[in-house]
Ligand binder design. Structure first.
Ligand SMILES: *Cc1c(COP(=O)(O)O)cnc(C)c1O
Ligand code: SF4
Length: 348
């Protein structure tokens, strides 16, 4: 067993163990953990102890998960958009392929809370083969996004086989991996893993950091191993109440991401997932944060603020209003709030 596997094996998975380490109501946590799995590995536990609330809230079961009547079990309609189990084909040119049930930590706000880490989510050689078969038979899919769960919890060998099989599909141009491992278990990003991934270019990785305290020396090393393997790194952050829902925290996070060679990609409005209502912010919160960032912070650090439309409508960018009128001239305000215009004419 390698060292990251040992760390993962020593994860806290029961409220009793958790109560020895962190504050919390054991009985309430037991009720929650009976429905939604608990896993906090020693690395992230240590970070919670150092940082407190913004990381605690992401990982520790909260009784409010059981008292959410507005949320939807499958807000993005993923099950209906799956032609074969664990493959979501929503957009014409790309598909989401769920290849691992587990994560290095179970986020309380997870969009796929209905199944991630639970026995209801069945991933086997058969479902993987069926997904590969669908991708082979559907050449309009040019890009596959591996997700789960967390694909980087697969062994190097299994992942290598999967990537090799995907690369053998001529119509697939791009492989993208969605993973929270650089944030939640960065020691999983070994030199061997990076060397294996490097064989399968063009490969992109979108990771998931939500708070500047998650950007540690270990996370920086993990990201530099991936970036040195030529893998462009993006980040999909979720806006979460009590975690990162203020402009200073987000600015700090985005700036730090650039320093570890991660380009902020999306800032998500939280999905309407049942059991996550206590994390949700109003749309205005995100728009105000974006307005405070745009123009004031390097354009390289600016993600697209977006929501994933309920019912499978896809991701919709949400942008603060800069345009006030569009006709023969475009009337707008600058990032400093100064009115400005641009003649909307073409000469030839
Ligand atoms: C988010 C998502 C994608 C990728 O969308 P991008 O805007 O390209 O990042 C693809 N398929 C599904 C089902 C998704 O939810
Ligand atoms: S790492 Fe991603 S898939 Fe896993 S629990 Fe967290 S949000 Fe869900």
């Amino acid at each position: 067993m390698t060292s990251w596997q040992k760390i993962l094996k020593n994860s806290i998975t029961t409220p009793q163990e958790l109560a020895e380490q962190l504050a919390g109501n054991v009985r309430e946590m037991e009720q929650v953990a009976a429905k939604y799995p608990l896993r906090i590995n020693p690395y992230y536990l240590d970070l919670i102890k150092k940082t407190g609330k913004p990381l605690y809230r992401q990982a520790v079961p909260d009784v409010r998960e059981l008292h959410d009547n507005q949320g939807m079990v499958d807000p993005l309609d993923e099950e209906n958009l799956s032609p074969v189990p664990n493959l979501v084909h929503k957009y014409p040119d790309r598909a989401l392929f769920l290849v691992c049930r587990e994560c290095a930590m179970y986020c309380r706000f997870c969009t796929r809370k209905r199944k991630v880490g639970k026995k209801e989510m069945v991933i086997s050689d058969r479902t993987i083969s069926a997904g590969l078969e669908y991708l082979r038979a559907t050449p309009e899919i040019k890009e596959v996004l591996l997700s789960g769960g967390d694909p980087l919890l697969l062994s190097d060998h299994r992942l290598d086989n999967l990537l090799t099989a995907l690369r053998a599909i001529p119509s697939l141009e791009i492989i993208r991996i969605g993973t929270r491992i650089p944030c939640t278990l960065p020691m999983r990003i070994t030199p061997e893993l990076a060397a294996m991934l490097k064989k399968h270019h063009p490969l992109y990785i979108n990771t998931h950091f939500n708070h500047p305290a998650e950007i540690t020396a270990e996370a920086a090393l993990a990201c530099s191993r991936l970036a040195d393997a030529g893998i462009p790194l993006g980040c999909q952050t979720v806006l979460l109440k009590g975690v990162n829902d203020d402009p200073e925290t987000i600015e700090n996070l985005l700036r730090k991401l650039l320093t570890i060679r991660v380009k902020p990609y999306y800032l998500f409005q939280a999905d309407l997932t049942r059991g996550t209502a206590h994390f949700r912010t109003r749309i205005e919160t995100g728009l105000e944060i974006m307005q405070q960032l745009i123009g004031h912070v390097s354009g390289m650090a600016i993600p697209t603020f977006a929501l994933d439309a309920p019912g499978g409508g896809g991701k919709i960018p949400l942008t603060p209003a800069y345009i006030s009128a569009l006709g023969e001239t475009l009337e707008f305000t600058t990032y400093k709030g100064i009115p400005c215009s641009y003649p909307n004419q073409v000469a030839f």
